[in-house]
Design a protein. Structure first.
Length: 730
């Protein structure tokens, strides 16, 4: 080569270096890809081993047959009291270590009805006897154990758990001087203790998108560590001495909040996010998050199927990836603190929205402004609450002084939650499951395109303005609640039953009362019911009789019908009222409403030792009729009782699905009713998994419209020319 055709030496060197860089990059990419594949394979292998462990062996064999056996377990979570059954229900997570003479090590969920379970602490070893059932849901559980009787304690809790219990107990004692709502929320914000939180307030927090404040999360840890580091800086501690102090604060936080998997998970996520935010290295934060996720899944494979874990990871990723650029954009037009709060809240909301839609089937409209309004009070409430928790074991009076300003901050958060939840359309229905997540992501993509185009923005704003005007006009012109001419209303009372059958102006026959007085009282007040000629208590379970005082509040209850096969659990609720047994074949008339009793037949009375299935099958089953309306109200009867009634079930228009839509259903019983509308009275996020997917599929196969109180609130049945129609209150 001659002249200009020959590259210069510098060019050759540059080309050579560039080729070396590209080669090195390719090599690094291959190594990175190989590491990713190895990590994925390791995670999948560990998860597969855990899934195999819980789906095989003696425990799952017992669960498949519904067998009963003695077992030894170690508690891994706090016992929690829940509404359900004729007795108090206690739910606790545990690790099964011995059953029927075999040594095992698998996770189980215990459901007990003896209040002595509530006195136990995580890490205690107990012996029990119970019935083993197959688990339902996404969790990796070997079985659900329905425990019989009290626990036989074999060992005490660990020292860490004893310290944690002491601190939590003293924090509750310090909060006793606060109003009831604040008393229930503050411990939840500090250490995740929601034992005093009322169901209504929990629902308001959920609707407002603030329920994450009531569980231990990385945000709690970030607030505590941030305060500790600030104090270290004020005290003049250098970079070398501050981290050990922060580490001690982390250890104390974990002890107070209980070192269970959810707390440890939140600790790791909080440390990752805090490290990235404090160093300003969000790019390094993402790899650290990935490493933390991999490590946690390898340690606890159950996290791979945990929605809580997915929400934690997504929220942390949103703070690392989305929050910094959004903060910069918002800061151009908004004050710095407001830009920070808006960026953090929006990033977390966007990141977790697809999973929340999968779980709830709805989109929170007010969650973003609610989180922004609540944000200024979160840090004071958490810090003062944590300080009170640290002081309370030493000086309870001083802790009560510290709790008082914390209560003021909590009061603001409660006001935001209640106000946001009470707004019209605080949540809007959306398709649930995987399809809901996909459609929400597509809707988000469309929204981004609209925001980037001025013309599309103008068109969308005009369309939304028109829709808003139409909605306002419809709201003004709508007849309100209840709809005129309502025949029956399934009241939204949570996990329980309460129905009202119209019996004239201001009058209604009430069938069951739900678990608590307040919800059924509010429902009947909305219906303007002041006279209850007949109160039917189908069976003596608390989720059907616990709200009886709410039915009686400000109303005249003239007579009570109850199952003749009762154990008398309802006696304390109906003292002073005339009662009669409801026997099969009898009828009652109230105006033009006729009630025909199909079950139960006479038999031996129940005893407090009878299990839940026996009591459920003792339910009153009745048919309500009036001109143009008929309904089958089936209480909580399960498969055996349903089969006995198959030939006597008449055709009706409306079916109250037995036992909140549990899987214990007889297909021929449900099909025999030929109901065009089926009502499922069920509580949101209940621990039973009601309604069962198999039951919903069965109702779909018999071509009946399914309406659920957990999704639609109070549901009224009205008459139309085309037949009965359901009108939800929400």
């Amino acid at each position: 080569m001659v002249g200009g055709e020959r590259p210069a030496t510098g060019q050759l060197s540059a080309l050579s270096n560039r080729g070396g860089v590209f080669g090195t990059a390719r090599m690094l990419d291959r190594r990175l890809l190989g590491m990713v594949l190895v990590c994925v394979a390791a995670s999948a292998t560990v998860v597969a081993f855990r899934a195999t462990a819980v789906s095989t062996g003696p425990v799952r064999a017992l669960a498949r047959t519904g067998g009963t056996a003695a077992a030894e377990v170690v508690l891994t979570g706090d016992p929690q009291a829940r509404k359900g059954g004729g007795r108090p229900m206690v739910i606790v997570r545990a690790r099964l270590e011995a059953v029927a003479g075999a040594e095992v090590r698998v996770p189980v969920l215990l459901i007990a009805h003896d209040r002595r379970w509530l006195g136990l602490l995580p890490s205690q070893r107990v012996r029990l006897r119970g019935r083993f059932d197959e688990p339902h849901g996404a969790e990796l559980l070997a079985a659900v154990v329905i425990v019989r009787g009290p626990p036989v304690v074999l060992g005490g809790p660990s020292a860490v758990q004893r310290v944690a219990a002491r601190v939590r107990e003293r924090l509750r004692a310090a909060a006793d001087r606060l109003p009831p709502d604040q008393r229930g929320v503050l411990p939840g914000m500090v250490d995740g203790d929601t034992s005093r939180l009322t169901p209504d307030l929990a629902d308001d927090f959920r609707a407002a998108g603030l329920s994450h404040l009531l569980v231990v999360s990385g945000a709690n840890l970030a607030i505590v560590i941030g305060a500790v580091l600030w104090l270290c800086r004020v005290a003049g501690l250098g970079r070398r001495r501050a981290p050990p102090v922060a580490a001690v604060a982390v250890a104390a936080f974990v002890v107070i909040a209980r070192p269970d998997p959810s707390v440890l998970r939140a600790t790791v996520m909080g440390l990752v996010a805090l490290l990235a935010l404090f160093t300003g290295r969000s790019r390094q934060g993402v790899p650290a998050l990935c490493a933390a996720v991999l490590l946690l899944v390898l340690i606890d494979p159950e996290l791979a199927r945990s929605y809580g874990f997915a929400l934690s990871v997504l929220a942390t990723a949103g703070l690392l990836v989305l929050a910094p650029p959004w903060r910069e954009r918002f800061a151009r037009r908004l004050p710095g603190p407001l830009a920070d709060a808006l960026a953090v809240a929006a990033a977390a909301e966007v990141a977790v929205a697809p999973v929340l839609v999968m779980l709830s089937g709805e989109v929170g409209v007010v969650s973003l402004p609610a989180n922004i309004l609540a944000a200024p009070a979160v840090a004071p409430a958490t810090l003062l609450g944590a300080l009170s928790a640290a002081i309370a074991p030493v000086s309870l009076p001083l802790a009560r002084l510290v709790v008082w300003p914390a209560g003021l901050a909590v009061g603001w958060i409660i006001w935001v939650a209640r106000t946001a939840a009470a707004l019209p359309y605080a949540t809007i229905p959306w398709t649930g499951g995987g399809l809901g997540a996909v459609t929400l992501l597509l809707a988000g993509g469309v929204a981004v395109l609209i925001l980037r185009s001025p013309r599309l923005r103008l068109l969308v704003v005009a369309a939304m303005a028109g829709v808003l005007v139409a909605v306002v006009v419809l709201r003004v012109m709508a007849p309100g609640w209840p709809p005129p001419g309502w025949q029956m209303v399934a009241c939204d009372v949570g996990q329980g039953d309460a129905l009202a059958l119209a019996a004239g102006p201001g009058r209604a026959v009430v069938v069951d009362a739900g678990p608590d007085p307040a919800p059924v009282d509010r429902c009947l007040s909305r219906l303007q019911v002041t006279d209850v000629p007949l109160l039917v208590l189908t069976h003596p379970h608390a989720d059907h009789i616990g709200g009886t005082s709410g039915v009686r509040h400000g109303r005249t209850v003239r007579e009570v019908l109850r199952t003749p096969l009762t154990d008398g659990a309802e006696n304390r609720f109906i003292a002073g009222l005339p009662t009669r047994p409801a026997l099969a074949g009898r009828q009652w008339r109230v105006g033009d409403l006729t009630l025909a009793i199909l079950a139960p037949s006479t038999g031996p009375a129940l005893s407090p030792q009878d299990d839940g299935t026996t009591i459920n099958n003792a339910s009153i089953v009745l048919v309500a009729r009036r001109p143009g309306f008929s309904a089958l109200l089936a209480g909580d009867v399960e498969t055996d009782a349903q089969r006995a009634l198959e030939t006597s079930v008449p055709r009706v228009q409306v079916l109250k699905v037995p036992h909140h839509g549990s899987r214990s259903q007889d297909p021929r019983f449900l099909a025999a009713a030929h109901a065009s509308i089926s009502l499922v009275s069920v509580g949101r996020d209940n621990d039973y998994g009601h309604p069962s997917p198999s039951t919903l599929a069965l109702l779909g196969r018999i071509h009946t419209q399914v309406h659920r109180t957990d999704q639609e609130g109070d549901i009224a049945i009205i008459r139309t020319r085309a037949g009965p129609a359901a009108v939800p209150r929400r």
